[in-house]
Design a protein around this ligand. Structure first.
Ligand code: CTP
Length: 406
């Protein structure tokens, strides 16, 4: 599982190093987000060495990867241990004071909070009110253990033993049905090269007109950004995409299918995965007039169209061993078959390793913020199903790609 471990500023932070150790030994991939105060108890180096990842504290570290949102979005489970009285109050108030506060607001994953403090602070009405608020919101708050505290005093307020915290995390994951397939890691595309095409091609009719389609490129951009965030080196081939792309992505702008074909074929050599999210025109005008076409009297205009090459088919035919080729199919369904039937036939016909079938039309798909995608294998069988934000769908698709890449 991808676990986000928040550490706040209490002396019990030292025990959490053992929690982290147990989790990584059980095969989980853990990202630690310590608060600034917690670093007075356990230094960043400990968290980074034990987790194998950077342990950022502030919202403004590594801004290009938008990690204040992504860490929360991608976590399978979020744990805060130890949680101080102050942090419980901050969380109950929904404050985004630092990176951990932001990540907690951005997550839809189950959250486990492990308070640790002196008995008086635990029993304080303010702390108990925070705990009630959090529980009402569905957060699992572990009861602190009873026993010796930091000074000579004892009572409820001790951080439970590391093994008990690990057991609570696993129980919560089970209860929340975190999928088995979530063996996913935070940087599962580290060192991989991923090429993504996005947008829609424009096929010129004359000097000012073209044949185009309604693709905005949003889904392709989301895939490029999600792949980068997972550690891949990403080349984005953008066909008429008006949107900016995050830093760290090599962007090549193209207009026509012919230009897109040239660029994607050159980038595909040495790529681990190629995702053809662009809407490529199947036809282009046989001739593009160099100047603007003029009306002649009342006569209509007949355009002669010729077929564009099937770029995806070309990539499949020349793919290197182990390379994963992914196609997209925007389908509406018709009297000859449902969206998925058309998708399965296309998956078998195209021979790509994966085909992401996207339902379009009636206000869905193009330009809309949310998306629904079913991922099919080369045999037309369903491999995954994802709906939600374009970024969420992008990550679900990348889960299947990362799995194929092993
Ligand atoms: N595609 C391509 N080259 C083309 C047309 C499409 O590489 N000339 C790619 C798209 O980028 C997408 C996939 O093929 O990944 C499917 O595109 P789609 O337009 O749905 O399929 P078509 O091959 O055009 O099939 P049909 O016209 O039968 O729906």
């Amino acid at each position: 599982m991808r676990i986000l471990l928040g550490v706040t500023g209490g002396i019990a932070a030292y025990k959490v190093a053992l929690v982290l150790r147990h989790l990584t030994e059980s095969g989980h991939d853990v990202r630690v987000v310590p608060t600034a105060a917690s670093l007075k108890f356990v230094g960043r180096a400990t968290w980074e060495a034990l987790s194998g990842h950077p342990a950022p504290t502030e919202t403004f570290e590594d801004v290009p990867s938008v990690q204040h949102v992504r860490l929360g979005q991608r976590a399978d489970v979020v744990v805060v241990a130890p949680a101080t009285a102050d942090f419980l109050a901050q969380m109950a108030a929904g404050r985004a004071t630092d990176l951990l506060g932001n990540a907690l607001l951005a997550t839809e994953a189950p959250v486990l909070v492990c308070p640790a403090m002196h008995t008086e602070m635990w029993r304080n009405a303010a702390t108990q009110a925070s705990v009630r608020t959090l529980r009402d919101r569905g957060v699992t708050v572990l009861e602190p253990a009873v026993g010796r505290l930091t000074g000579p005093d004892s009572g409820p307020g001790r951080l439970p033993e590391p093994e008990d915290i690990v057991a609570a995390i696993e129980a919560l994951a089970d209860e929340a049905h975190v999928p088995e397939a979530s063996s996913g890691t935070w940087g599962d595309l580290d060192g991989r090269r991923v090429v993504v095409t996005a947008g829609g091609t424009h096929e010129p009719i004359d000097a000012v007109r073209y044949l185009g389609n309604r693709s905005t490129g949003m889904q392709g951009l989301a895939i490029a950004e999600a792949a980068r965030e997972r550690g891949a080196q990403v080349t984005l081939i953008a066909a008429n995409v008006a949107l900016p792309v995050g830093e760290g992505i090599a962007r090549v702008n193209v207009e026509t299918a012919a230009e897109l074909q040239r660029e994607v074929e050159s980038a595909a050599g040495g790529a681990d995965a190629v995702v053809m999210a662009a809407a490529v025109a199947d036809f282009r005008p046989a001739r593009a007039a160099a100047t603007k076409l003029k009306k002649t009297g009342d006569a209509g205009l007949t355009l002669e169209l010729v077929q564009n090459p099937d770029i995806l088919a070309g990539l499949v035919a020349s793919r290197a061993p182990g390379q994963v080729i992914v196609g997209f199919a925007a389908e509406t369904g018709d009297e000859n078959g449902s969206v998925l039937e058309h998708g399965a036939a296309k998956a078998r016909r195209k021979g790509a390793d994966l085909l992401a079938v996207n339902v379009v039309g009636q206000g869905r798909g193009f330009g809309t913020v949310d998306n629904h995608v079913t991922v099919l294998g080369a045999d037309g069988g369903v491999v995954a199903d994802a709906s939600g934000s374009k970024l969420g769908v992008a990550h679900a698709l990348l889960d299947t790609i990362a799995e194929r890449l092993g």
